[in-house]
Design a protein around this ligand. Structure first.
Ligand SMILES: [Zn+2]
Length: 278
């Protein structure tokens, strides 16, 4: 910003009025701050630029018609939602995931400087199913512990019905979306390691090459050769949407583009958790 001003001053002969510096005090800013304090900012993470009306219609219905909601567009895929009622705002901030046209709408409460804070929209809620658990592991405590590989677990849900694939746990997890989606994790019980698999419910579009949300393989920065090869192993992680959920399929036709083992080890966060004992 300071450089911009220097550039402007160098390229123009400014008049006295233009050179005048107007100071902003708390009195002038208080109204704006008050309004912003009752707002949430939302970033749509994805390559498609959402239009204002589409976003407004979506949030109005998805958030249950909050009273006096107003929506302002702050830039491409960046919106401000003024939600005057505290209860509505808390409920929305604690809810989600909000998925609009297969893209994730990531919310955060307003704070001064949020527009310029690169990390403001790094955490998003996602529903994570945990599969391949022995039946006696189906408990909230186990879910909470397995969920420690995510930023935070808000809740653990135990679906009461098991289908042909058996039973699973469901985590309402806060996920760091700058990192590849975790495909699973390893738990250890009495010295024996076991792989548990994660499936993401209503998962927004993500990159099959690197496993991150928000871009496609075509614009993936991971490249296609050498050390920057495929890290989201397509042999194990071809996903398709069937019967209302993402399922992982064997995909033998897909080649791993020269991905070296080193990259896989760096990117694959396999965390071994100790269960049992205490
Ligand atoms: Zn990618």
């Amino acid at each position: 910003m300071a450089e911009d001003i220097v550039d402007i001053l160098q390229s123009f002969n400014l008049s006295n009025k233009e050179l005048q510096v107007t100071e902003m005090g708390s009195e002038e800013l208080s109204l704006g701050i008050k309004e912003c304090q009752s707002s949430l900012l939302g970033k749509i993470v994805g390559e498609k630029i959402a239009n204002y009306t589409g976003v407004k219609n979506f949030v109005t219905a998805a958030w249950g018609y909050p009273r006096d909601l107003t929506v302002a567009e702050l830039g491409p895929n960046l919106f401000q939602f003024i939600v005057p009622k505290d209860e509505d705002r808390d409920r929305i901030a604690q809810g989600g995931p909000w998925i609009l046209d297969n893209q994730l709408l990531v919310l955060n409460r307003w704070y001064e400087g949020i527009e310029d804070d690169e990390k403001a929209f790094n955490l998003a809620p996602l529903w994570v199913q945990v599969w391949n658990l022995p039946v006696h592991y189906i408990s909230k405590k186990v879910g909470k512990k397995i969920g420690s590989v995510f930023h935070l677990v808000r809740d653990v849900i135990i679906p009461q019905t098991g289908g042909k694939e058996g039973r699973h746990l469901k985590l309402a997890a806060l996920v760091d979306i700058t990192q590849p989606l975790l495909r699973g994790t390893t738990i250890e019980v009495a010295g024996v390691a076991k792989w548990v698999q994660f499936k993401y419910e209503r998962c927004p579009n993500f990159c099959y090459r690197c496993g991150r949300i928000g871009h496609s393989e075509r614009s993936c920065g991971m490249g296609v050769s050498g050390r920057e090869g495929v890290v989201f192993n397509p042999q194990r992680s071809h996903w398709s949407y069937q019967n209302g959920e993402w399922i992982e399929k064997e995909c033998p036709g897909t080649q791993v583009h020269g991905g070296s083992r080193g990259v896989e080890e760096e990117c694959e966060r396999e965390t071994v958790l100790e269960l049992g004992g205490s």
